[in-house]
Design a protein around this ligand. Structure first.
Ligand code: IPM
Ligand code: MN
Length: 354
């Protein structure tokens, strides 16, 4: 009997539903060719539902989601909802509730895709960012006092436990070893200023690397320099591990060097539990409903999901189709409105190559 996976699909806001529809199209094509079965349960959490009912992500839904093998998410963010509500109460709540402590963000320039960096090709841009995804500045600790007065005080704390740092760093070393390309792991932090939190990351990085991964080369860099080197010498990267906020910032930059935010997928991973896969670009409200948004990041997120679920053949077939479609030159650009075809046509093209 075909192996069956139960996927919770959360298309979300803006262009989320459009890109997820193409992702599902491609996932189905891959599944039917490789003898796996995908069952989907759709959930309408997001801005529209919030505006209608006041509900973001109820605890009952969190419970229900547990029975799935993975979550496939489009985008969260709505122009009529105050920033922070949907992001915190849906996206971050999912990450925290399911302890998805890794945000895996591959940065790969496919053949046929243009990078804004002069003289770099697909041979130069192929690395992975392992972003810590459950702690740091994202824990929501801190507060405001004397609000509105000239003495107002606001704090937002960067909190890391040894456990949180170590599990992330171990994951990154293990991932580098499995990837087996340059066997080099870089740590990006800010030890020259964050002498407490940065020091903890640095010590754990050195300890774990020395003791358990002597075959993996280690390199430390300050994260501000990382943004410069991503552009100047992307070929020097294999895997890079970093904390939550730094990872958030540098992966938007990384998305641009791999061809644009419309091409960048991410996996919110709990290696032992329920993981969630999403295109990392937002809900792009101005492009909504026009069939102009790039679905490639969502399709690539689907590929990551199958890979994580162990459906290797189906995952590889998506990667192949993606590669072929991009190398064909038929898709003219990666930015919204610049593809030379519509969102659904890009999905059709990739599905047809499976
Ligand atoms: C991302 C996003 C989120 C983050 C926001 C929407 C909360 O920017 O996934 O990169 O900061 O993690
Ligand atoms: Mn981000």
């Amino acid at each position: 009997m075909a192996k069956t996976f139960n996927i919770a699909v959360m298309p979300g806001d803006g262009t989320g539903p459009e890109v997820i529809a193409e992702g599902v199209k491609v996932l189905n094509a891959a599944a039917s060719k490789s003898g796996i079965k995908l069952n989907y349960n759709y959930y309408d959490f997001g801005g529209e539902r919030y505006l209608r009912t006041g509900e973001t992500l109820p605890d009952s839904a969190v419970k229900e989601l547990k029975s799935h093998d993975a979550i496939y998410l489009g985008a969260m963010g709505h122009p009529d909802v105050k920033p922070g509500i949907l992001e915190k109460d849906i996206l971050l709540k999912l990450r925290f509730e399911f302890d998805q402590y890794i945000n895996l963000r591959p940065v790969k320039l496919y053949k046929g895709v243009e990078t804004p960096i002069k003289n770099k090709t697909h041979e130069d841009i192929d690395f992975v960012v392992v972003r810590e995804n459950s702690a740091g500045l994202y824990t929501g600790q801190g507060g405001i006092s004397k609000k509105g007065s000239s003495d107002e005080v606001a704090t937002q704390l960067m909190i890391y436990t040894r456990h949180e740092v170590e599990r992330c760093i171990r994951y990154a070393f293990e991932y580098t070893k499995k990837r087996n390309k340059k066997n080099c792991l870089a740590l990006a932090h800010k030890t020259n200023v964050l002498t407490y939190v940065g020091d903890l990351w640095m010590r754990v990085f050195e300890e774990v690397g020395k003791k358990d991964y002597p075959g993996i080369k280690r390199r430390y860099e300050n994260v501000d320099a990382t943004t410069m080197w991503f552009v100047e010498t992307p070929e020097n990267y294999d895997v890079l591990v970093t904390s939550n906020m730094f990872g958030d910032i540098i992966t938007d930059l990384a998305a641009v060097i791999q061809g644009g935010i419309g091409t960048a997928p991410g996996g919110n991973i709990n290696p032992e539990g329920l993981s969630m896969f999403e295109p990392i670009g937002g809900s792009a409200p101005s492009h909504t409903g026009k069939n102009v948004i790039n679905p490639i990041a969502a399709i690539a997120a689907g590929q990551m999901m199958l890979d994580f679920l162990g459906a290797k053949e189906a995952a590889d077939s998506i990667e192949n189709a993606l590669e072929k479609s991009l190398a064909s030159g038929k898709i003219k650009g990666m930015a919204a409105c610049k593809m030379g075809m519509g969102t659904t046509e890009v999905g059709d093209l990739i599905a047809s190559l499976l």
